[in-house]
Design a protein around this ligand. Structure first.
Ligand SMILES: Cc1cc2nc3c(=O)[nH]c(=O)nc-3n(C[C@H](O)[C@H](O)[C@H](O)COP(=O)(O)OP(=O)(O)OC[C@H]3O[C@@H](n4cnc5c(N)ncnc54)[C@H](O)[C@@H]3O)c2cc1C
Length: 421
């Protein structure tokens, strides 16, 4: 005979765990988490380079919400209920101490994602929640009394009064939601690096420059970003590039990842740079361009590459720099143009943009507006953030809200049952 649960959570990731734990703590009597693979919380383990960037030190809900290229508006209300501070307290109460780094990213004090996993697993098992691995959910049917039958690939099936789908970017959860009546927003990658076919730049792999201004044109729209850029053997990466890829994810996809990017390496306009170079011509006339140059935040290897690329001898004295070459140098420093020829290697992207349409989810409960007693949490929804801990924060927030709402419903079912008896 099939087992019955008050709640079945499909997907043993961050969002699924948070929802199951919250629902159990708030009184939902029997819960099972069904996980397709042999390991739960696998993304938590690999996240943040093995350190798990749990959340971000952002205390204002508006400021927090703007870090989500998709979902900003819906998240304003959600964050007013469960935000960064709540996530920190939540983990602290369960024995996990977190620390904030200078750039605002929050990690476990131990710098190990294993401790986040231990904390979540311990909470789950102490509440008697069943966790079934190697159990891929293939289909979910809803009966006229709104209860569900959950059918799995391993031929097991279960009954549930409520179901939460927390299958992340994996297409299978979205397919199930689609069969239950939901419209899907096509998934495209977000948070990826840019591929360039410019040897002179990619040969400088490893160089990172702060305070770079980027202007991307994708699908005829302009996107601007400012921050650190890392040159890789592949092209461009670093926080500013990843952020740009997130905000332009859909437009880059429409452009088939062939778009133009303009880079201002020195955070100054053409005329300011021209003035600085003129001063150098006057004041350092006898010194070579390679030996002494302005913008000391530009690594020498990159500066020399700029010179070589423009056909300027690096031993040329400042006094011999022609006006034409000076203008070319101003151009490359303030508006160097590059053609993006693709995105970083497949599978390198961190999250998917797209998923369950937010118009079909009640943001106060995460319950489907299409299918009663069906809930969503985490990346399966059309919400994604930039790097820095924002994606997990959304998992904690949506999982917590869904868990609370599910527990409220469980109480209603219990009351109904006892009033009938
Ligand atoms: C390399 C990498 C590093 C990252 N680092 C960070 C970071 O430091 N900070 C941050 O905020 N974000 C980070 N992210 C993003 C973050 O990991 C995700 O946003 C987050 O894991 C999403 O959680 P989720 O619970 O929604 O989905 P997931 O973590 O993807 O969990 C979904 C689970 O559902 C299971 N599943 C799928 N389909 C089925 C099915 N049909 N039946 C049963 N089970 C199913 C999957 O196997 C999986 O275990 C990183 C992502 C990557 C790839």
């Amino acid at each position: 005979m099939e087992e019955s649960f008050d709640l079945i959570v499909v997907g043993g990731g961050a969002a699924g765990f948070m929802a199951a734990i919250t629902a159990a703590e708030e009184g939902t009597p029997s819960i099972a988490v069904l996980e397709e693979t042999t390991k739960t919380l696998e993304k938590v383990r690999i996240s943040g380079g093995g350190r798990c960037n749990v959340t971000h030190a952002c205390w204002d809900t508006h400021e927090l919400a703007i870090n989500y290229p998709r979902g900003e508006k819906a998240l304003l209300g959600s964050f007013s209920r469960f935000s960064t501070g709540d996530a920190i307290d939540w983990f602290k109460k369960r024995g996990l101490e977190l620390k904030t780094e200078e750039d605002g990213r929050i990690f476990p004090k131990s710098n190990s994602s294993t401790d986040v996993i231990k904390c979540l697993k311990k909470s789950l098992s102490s509440l008697g929640i069943k966790c079934l691995i190697s159990t891929k959910v293939e289909s979910i049917k809803q009966f006229s009394d709104h209860t569900f039958k959950v059918e799995c690939k391993n031929k097991k099936s279960f009954f549930a009064k409520q179901v939460l789908i927390a299958t992340g970017g994996n297409p299978s959860g979205k397919k199930i939601a689609h069969h239950l009546g939901h419209k899907l927003i096509t998934a495209v990658p977000s948070l990826f690096t840019f591929k360039l076919n410019e040897k002179w730049l990619t040969s400088l792999a490893g160089i990172s420059i702060d305070k770079v201004n980027l202007t991307l044109i994708a699908n005829k729209k302009e996107f601007k970003e400012f921050g650190r850029v890392l040159i890789t053997h592949w092209g461009l990466s670093g926080p500013a590039i990843l952020k740009l890829s997130a905000f332009a994810a859909r437009d880059l996809n429409l452009d088939k990842y062939k778009s133009n990017i303009s880079i201002n390496w020195v955070n100054k306009d053409f005329h300011e740079v021209n003035k600085i170079l003129e001063d150098y011509r006057l004041n350092f006339s006898n010194i070579s361009l390679k030996k002494h140059y302005p913008f000391n935040y530009i690594p020498r290897r990159l500066w020399v590459s700029f010179l070589n690329n423009l056909g300027i001898e690096d031993n040329l004295k400042w006094s011999s720099l022609s006006n034409i070459k000076k203008a070319a140098l101003c151009n490359i420093l303030t508006r160097s143009k590059h053609l993006i020829v693709g995105k970083g290697p497949f599978g390198e992207e961190f999250v998917t943009a797209g998923g369950i349409n937010l118009n079909e989810i009640n943001p106060k409960s995460m319950e489907s507006l299409i299918c009663k007693r069906l809930y969503f949490a985490g990346e399966v929804m059309n919400i994604d953030g930039i790097t820095g801990g924002f994606n997990f924060q959304h998992c904690w927030t949506s999982g917590w809200i869904a868990g609370k709402a599910i527990a409220r419903n469980s109480k209603i079912f219990e009351n109904l049952k006892s009033s009938r008896e």
